[in-house]
Design a binder for this molecule. Structure first.
Ligand code: SER
Ligand code: ZN
Length: 635
């Protein structure tokens, strides 16, 4: 890892002085001395702070620099703390920089390195500066043309975008030229060169074009990419159908490698994967292996629009692409699951993961907002909070505006920022304006760390037929953070009557009921909501579908839990009730073991077993759903 220790602050963001409109890269690939020739067309920005053009570089050997075709003079630039700074670029200028790098010695797996003698890259977050000098920041978007020269044994030569040309050089080496028509930040650059086999297929897109799909793996894995290819096709189709988003390249490639720091990487048109998220061997792969492959293939593919077409202005905005793409991946995986109750299994698992891995992050010394304010090492911010809580924050927009409203907001965001770099605030504003809503208070979800607690009390007035719901939200003050403010929290609720039916929900002052599940928008510490025409004994179903990343807190008796576990039309909450019942049963069981002489205390266990049996035999529920919710709670 690099030993830069400087702290970077979000508030210090400054736009770059220059754009790089195009970059032409030529690689002479040799394991221990690769030569990289980069030619950039650099254009000063209007209203820039200065004429200094600043490039990052790390572990590079500088060979030569030319400015507009002329060897540069040493007084035209300076090297300062790992940065190459041209003092004065006032006009559009072509800058050629030749560097030498040693992929074989690169053991950080960041930049260009060797995996099993194949050349592979990983550039997110700051790996491109280990390939050549470049303004290695996500708000500098350039169009890339890449030429690869490689030894003749090298079977496959890949980079981003579309293949322009390939062949054999006069000296017998191979070459390939790639052009990516979409401007992209340097972290999305990729190249792969080596010995791979390919599984390929075609897909008809909704714009009547045909795209080539390729999955490259090390030889011997030919038969293990069938599932991955199927997942890729499903993901492409799903993004078309659900969001109207089409694959924008002639081909889409996935490469699997055994040496990879992350799960996978969404480089434009050339995703690179840790092999475990691509390869599935029919004889030994489990359901969860297949599901993980589907999710990760979906995730990286969905980044093509949410990450690549619109990227992040700076790394503080990481959740802009990751939270949104995790949410899209979750929706995709859920939509692939068939029946309603099978889909809920995905939600149950995602919420369980959030509670077991993100809630502790949010309550411990590492608590940070989904959009951090400072970092000293960005690689440490690829966290459960940025990814998974970030996805929950994105999901809340859908909970507030519905699937159609969310789709409108996403389309507006992509329309506004296509081909550029945006912020979390830009996303929130696009959502708000597309849905005619005021989301200024919602901004706190991006800046405030910690898991809020929402405690709820209810009261039924039988004579007035009113049912009052009182909510209290509390947010813990974290060390070094300002006193927390109340958040805007969408609280999805339903009400069951004593026959177990959902009742129509009519708030005081409303002429008619509006549906049976409603989203109450919390925005103060304490709030009260009164439902009218509640003529039979009601029971609240709280936080349906886990409508916000909070701790829901309501006292429920054992009988009420039994009732919800049997009757709640919200299948997520049914699982929640049953889980609580399981915990009570286990508690009781432990107590029974301690004092076996009290025969009357057997009832919790009986309640548990009877409900267990009822759910087990409910043929209307999918087997997957039943299997999932009847599991005992984890520690
Ligand atoms: N950008 C990568 C991803 O999340 C890093 O893991 O897909
Ligand atoms: Zn991602």
């Amino acid at each position: 890892m690099s030993n830069r220790q400087t702290v970077v602050y979000r508030k210090d963001y400054k736009a770059p002085n220059h754009d790089v409109e195009t970059i032409n890269l030529v690689f002479d690939l040799i394991p221990d001395r690769t030569i990289v020739t980069s030619t950039m067309h650099v254009v000063p920005r209007e209203g820039r702070e200065s004429d200094e053009f600043e490039l990052n570089g790390e572990s590079l050997q500088l060979v030569s620099i030319k400015i507009n075709g002329q060897p540069s003079l040493t007084n035209q630039y300076a090297m300062n703390a790992g940065k190459l700074i041209f003092h004065s670029i006032k006009e559009p200028t072509d800058i050629e920089i030749v560097t030498r790098i040693n992929p074989k010695a690169n053991l950080e797996l960041s930049g260009l390195y060797l995996s099993n003698n194949n050349f592979i890259t990983q550039c997110e977050a700051e790996g491109f500066r280990r390939i050549t000098y470049f303004p290695d920041r996500p708000d500098v978007l350039a169009k890339y043309t890449v030429t690869l020269h490689a030894p003749k044994e090298c079977k496959v030569l890949l980079s981003n975008g579309n293949l322009v040309d390939q062949g054999v050089l006069p000296d017998g080496r191979k070459y390939a030229i790639w052009h990516d028509p979409f401007p992209k930040p340097s972290y999305l650059f990729a190249l792969v060169a080596g010995n791979f086999t390919v599984n390929e297929d075609k897909i008809e897109l909704n714009n009547d074009k045909t795209a080539l799909l390729q999955i490259y793996t090390e030889p011997g894995n030919e038969n293990k990419t069938v599932h991955a290819m199927d997942c890729l096709k499903k993901a492409i189709r799903w993004d078309e159908v659900r969001y109207g988003l089409t694959l924008d390249l002639e081909r889409f490639m996935i490469v699997a490698t055994n040496d990879f720091n992350m799960g996978a990487m969404e480089n434009k048109g050339l995703n690179i994967f840790n092999a475990k998220y691509v390869l599935a061997d029919d004889r030994v792969a489990t359901d969860s292996d297949y599901a993980a492959i589907e999710s990760v293939i979906g995730h990286e593919y969905f980044h093509n629009w949410t990450g690549d077409r619109v990227t992040c202005r700076d790394w503080f905005q990481l959740s802009l692409k990751e939270g949104l793409t995790v949410f899209r991946e979750q929706e995709f995986a859920s939509d692939m699951l068939g029946s309603e109750s099978a889909k809920v299994v995905k939600r149950i698992k995602d919420v369980r993961a959030l509670r077991t891995a993100q809630f502790p992050e949010d309550s411990g010394p590492m608590a940070h907002p989904i959009r951090p304010d400072s970092y000293s090492e960005i690689n440490n911010f690829y966290t459960m909070t940025v990814y998974e809580k970030g996805a929950e924050v994105v999901r809340m927009y859908q909970t507030m505006f519905g699937k159609e409203g969310f789709k409108k907001g996403l389309a507006e965001y992509l329309r506004r920022y296509d081909g550029s770099a945006a912020t979390c605030d830009d996303f929130r504003t696009a959502m708000a304006e597309a849905n005619d809503a005021d989301l200024s208070q919602f901004a706190l979800w991006y800046s405030q760390a910690g898991t809020p607690r929402v405690s709820v009390k209810t009261q039924w007035d039988e004579s007035k037929k009113t049912f009052t719901i009182t909510t209290r939200q509390s947010n813990r003050t974290l060390p070094g953070q300002p006193k927390p403010q109340p958040l805007m929290i969408p609280l999805a609720v339903g009400v069951l009557n004593d026959k177990g039916e959902d009742i129509p929900l009519q708030l005081e002052g409303e002429p008619l009921p509006v549906g049976t599940t409603r989203v109450l928008l919390l925005n103060q510490d304490v709030q009260t909501w009164t439902l009218v025409n509640v003529d039979r004994r009601p029971l609240l179903s709280l936080g349906r579908g886990f409508s916000a990343p909070v701790i829901f807190d309501m006292d429920l008796t054992r009988d009420q839990l039994v009732f919800l576990a049997k009757n709640d039309s919200d299948l997520f909450n049914r699982a929640e009730a049953f889980e609580k019942l399981s915990i009570l049963a286990i508690d009781a069981f432990i107590q029974e073991l301690r004092k076996t002489q009290n025969a009357n205390s057997l009832s919790p266990m009986e309640a548990y077993l009877a409900t267990f049996e009822e759910i087990l035999n409910d043929e209307r529920l999918s087997p997957a759903y039943r299997a999932e919710i009847l599991k005992l709670p984890s520690e």
